[in-house]
Write a protein that binds this ligand. Structure first.
Ligand SMILES: [Zn+2]
Ligand SMILES: [Zn+2]
Length: 181
């Protein structure tokens, strides 16, 4: 594979445990299909439960504006807003790999953290309910889902619980009931 931006050579690099390809010249980074999501969640555990499925919302994918070629498939990539952020990234509609220019990974992390801290109470509740449902129904495995659920609960606590002491004691009891502390 060659860099889609400057045709430089790639070298393998790790973002925590996730193996990615970085261009030796322009320092852009190539993430295969789910690697960017994994890397993001490795860097900030609080982002674990956020919804990153780029392909669910097809409307946000703008194929016409892509200028780079996928280094794996050699077809033009599309521009897409990454998850709930405003950061535009290049992605391949075939292999779902994602190209980030130098600095865009950091931009995504801070945009996601902003998004997380600016969510409304209702959005936290929706997320909590969704995670609770996935605990029962999910395919990620119970322990992983439980951790996601607890993360959401922690954010709910920041946001709501100061004003709702009764809810707080109910949630405290609930999180204590888990064997995975
Ligand atoms: Zn490059
Ligand atoms: Zn591709």
């Amino acid at each position: 594979m060659k860099c889609p931006k400057c045709e430089g050579e790639f070298s393998t690099r790790y973002v925590k445990d996730v193996k990615v390809e970085e261009c030796k010249q322009c320092h852009g980074v190539w993430f295969d299909a789910t690697e960017l999501e994994e890397a993001t969640k490795e860097v900030d555990q609080d982002l674990r439960w956020m919804d990153f499925d780029l392909w669910k919302n097809q409307d946000s994918i703008d194929v016409s504006r892509g200028t780079l070629m996928c280094p794996r498939c050699n077809i033009p990539m599309a521009m897409v807003k990454y998850g709930p952020t405003e950061v535009q990234v290049d992605t391949c509609t075939n292999c779902h790999g994602i190209w980030l220019d130098k600095g865009e990974f950091e931009e995504i992390i801070s945009a996601l953290e902003d998004e997380l801290s600016s969510m409304s109470e209702d959005e936290y509740w929706d997320a909590a309910m969704k995670e609770a449902w996935e605990l029962i129904d999910g395919d990620k495995g119970f322990i992983s889902e439980w951790r996601d659920f607890r993360t959401v609960l922690r954010f709910l606590q920041y946001r709501v619980l100061v004003e709702n002491p009764k809810v707080q004691s109910a949630l405290t009891a609930l999180t204590r009931s888990s064997p995975f502390q």
